[in-house]
Structures are given as C-alpha cells and as structure tokens.
Design a protein around this ligand. Structure first.
Ligand code: PEP
Ligand code: MN
Length: 378
C-alpha cells in the first residue's frame, strides 16, 4: 500500500525536540464553570499545549448526555483568551466545522465513529477546503489501516497539510484489560508508510480506566509516538461521559513528570554495540528461515508418503502431542505460551496447506473459475 501525503511541519503547535505534544481536557464540555476551572488547572502544566473538549458527543445509544453543542464554543474562546492554550474539538458534521472556524478553534479532530464512513469524512474534508486549520484524524473503531489512511488522505487532499493521526485503540471482541485494544502494530505500520505524519496516542480511550493510563502513555513514548491526548476533568467521578477513564489535572501533572523520555539515537559507542547485536539477530533469522524451509521439505515428503498410502492429512493425536511437547520445551526455554501457540499454529497451517496441494486437492482460490475470481476482486 503506498500513499503520498503532503504534510507540513507542525509550525507553532509544539517543539518535538523538547516534549511530546500533549493535548488534555475533559471528554465533554459540561458547563462553563467545569470547562474554565479544568482549563485553568491544566494551563498551569507547561507541557500541555492544546485544550480538548467534546461538544457534540457520539453516544452509542440515544437518551444519554449528547453534549452541550454550540454554546460550548464561547466557553472555549474564553479558555483560549484566558490561558493561551490552543483549543480542539471533535467535528462530525460540516456545520460543526463551520462553527468551529467561526469561533477560532485551532485544531479539529475527526472521531473514531466518523472515520469509518468515507462519505462523512469526504463531506468534512470539503468543509475544510482551503482553510488553514490543523486536523487530527482518529483511527476508525475497527482495525482497518486502509480506512484510517483513507480518512487522512481525504483531509489532506482538501489542502490540509497540518495533519496528525490519533491512535485511540480498536474495538475487539476478545477479553482484554483495555476498552480498546492498542494493536500497536497498526500505528507502527502507519509510521512506516507515512513517516512525516505525527501520531498522537489517546491512552484514555485505549484504557477505559485510570489505572492503566500511565503505563500506556509510557509505552506510546517508548514506541516513538509523537504525543498524547488525555482526558482530564476537574472531578472525574461526576463526569457525564467516560468517567472511569478521566483523570484530575493533578494526576496529569504527575503522569507527565514520571514520563521517561528516551532519545531516538545514541552515542557512537551505543550505535556500534547495537549494530553488532543486530548482526547477530540477522544471522539467527537466517538460521530460523533455513530450518523452517528444511522442516517444510520433510513435510512435503510426509505428504507424498501419506497420499501414496491413502492416509489422512490431519492426524489429531500427533498434532495434540506436538503442541504439548513443544509448549513444554518452549516454556522451559522462557518463551511465552501464547506466542508459542500462535507460532505452532502458523507452522501447522502451512504444513496442512502444503500437504493439501500434494494430495491434489484444489485450494479455495484455485477452484474458483477465472470470471468468479475477477468479480470478487473487483
Ligand atoms: C472522545 O475523544 O471523547 C471520543 C468520543 O473519542 P473516540 O472518537 O476515540 O471514541
Ligand atoms: Mn471520551
């Protein structure tokens, strides 16, 4: 997947050399008093550059608090005038964009539920056309990197060059301590594909609970992410939305003080030692690949042997025995059990596929007629 976005430096937004970009503020603006008090406390923390507050809240079911809407814009104008903080809100409709610009909001963000819908993203992009505003695009709630990049590209194509991505985790059905699974491999791949695009991490929506936020903020920093967006409320326990994940301004100050910033490159000595360790890794990877290839060659031999003797490919007893044996060896060697299970399954799947081919069974894609194949990939 290639992408060619025209992204400018972040100008006066923040200095990436000194500290990650910190965006903080309540999940929702609830009242003028709550917004101003929270902003005053946040403004005392010098690392925070942008004040966030949601005015139109995308609630899963109707009937809950859906945000204060337009009236919140004048509260944010006061925040800006009084504290000097820049301001950001979520925009989900073209009218929101117009109103935000009218009230001098500095940064707009597209929410996770908006980015799943290319029609809405396109409408928002049109509304921003030619306006010198900074825009942040959250990942869609489903783990679809193309859709995230598509959202960023639509906004970029409307002339928005001050562009950032926000990683807020992904909806996931399996049990997990997180409200939204971080799936770090996705923002890391985004960084690889679009290195000039800053990525801000939103630990509040990833964690869904206060006690994990420090750890995820540190992890984001360790993974060279460019900033943090944190939900901060003067009194989180009574917050009208996302109460369990909001922290107080004091807690935010503490979190930022304890954040360990790491250098991106080291001294010449460090670099040369790192290089020699990496050479060892390269050699080991080569050995792993050769052993895998040898293993699969033997699998092919077993496949032909079974086929010639009319024996089934899958023999459950043997497979169950392999799992127990390899897990025991692997865990004794200090390897993680879940990792081992995934690895063994992957190797087994490939073995079955190779043997299926040898048995002359057609795989699903081979058995499709060419015209059917074309239709499905159109
Ligand atoms: C929010 O930032 O308050 C919000 C609604 O986030 P998301 O779009 O990530 O769910
Ligand atoms: Mn929220």
């Amino acid at each position: 997947m290639s992408t060619d976005m025209d992204i400018a430096g972040q100008g006066d937004l923040w200095d990436p050399e000194s500290f990650p970009l910190v965006v903080a503020g309540p999940c929702s603006a609830e009242s003028e008093k709550q917004v101003l008090q929270t902003a005053r406390e946040i403004a005392k923390i010098p690392e925070v550059k942008i004040f966030r507050a949601g005015l139109w809240k995308p609630r899963t079911r109707p009937g809950a608090f859906e945000g204060v809407g337009e009236q919140g814009l004048s509260w944010l104008k006061k925040v800006k005038a009084e504290t000097g903080l820049k301001t950001t809100i979520e925009v989900a409709r073209p009218e929101h964009v117009e109103l935000a610009l009218k009230y001098d909001i500095d940064v707009l963000w597209l929410g996770a539920r908006t980015v799943v819908n290319p029609f809405v993203v396109q409408e928002l992009a049109e509304a921003m056309k030619g306006v010198p505003v900074t825009v942040m695009v959250k990942n869609p709630i489903i783990p679809d990197l193309k859709l995230w990049i598509g959202g960023l590209e639509r906004v970029n194509a409307a002339g928005i060059k001050q562009l950032l991505a926000i990683h807020r985790g992904f909806h996931y059905f399996d049990k997990s301590p997180f409200r939204n699974a971080p799936m770090w491999e996705i923002p890391i791949e985004l960084k690889r594909l679009v290195p000039q695009l800053p990525i801000i991490v939103d630990p509040s929506h990833i964690c869904g609970r206060r006690d994990l936020i420090q750890e995820i903020s540190q992890k984001a920093t360790d993974l060279e992410m460019d900033g943090l967006m944190l939900e901060v409320h003067e009194n989180p326990d009574v917050a009208l939305t996302d109460s369990a994940q909001q922290i107080t301004p004091d807690r935010l100050r503490d979190l930022l003080q304890h954040l360990v910033l790491r250098k991106r490159t080291g001294s010449p000595d460090f670099e040369s030692h790192l290089e020699s360790l990496r050479t060892e890794i390269d050699k080991l990877d080569g050995e792993i690949l050769q052993i895998l290839a040898k293993r699969l060659e033997i699998i092919d031999e077993i496949g032909s042997y079974k086929r010639d003797n009319n024996i089934t490919i899958l023999q459950m007893k043997r497979w169950a025995g392999i799992i127990t044996d390899r897990l025991s060896i692997g865990t004794h060697l200090g390897l993680n059990e879940l990792f081992l299970k995934k690895l063994l399954n992957l190797i087994h799947k490939e073995s079955i596929q190779r043997q299926t081919k040898i048995f002359g069974h057609k795989t699903k894609s081979e058995s499709q007629k060419p015209e059917e194949k074309n239709r499905l990939s159109a």
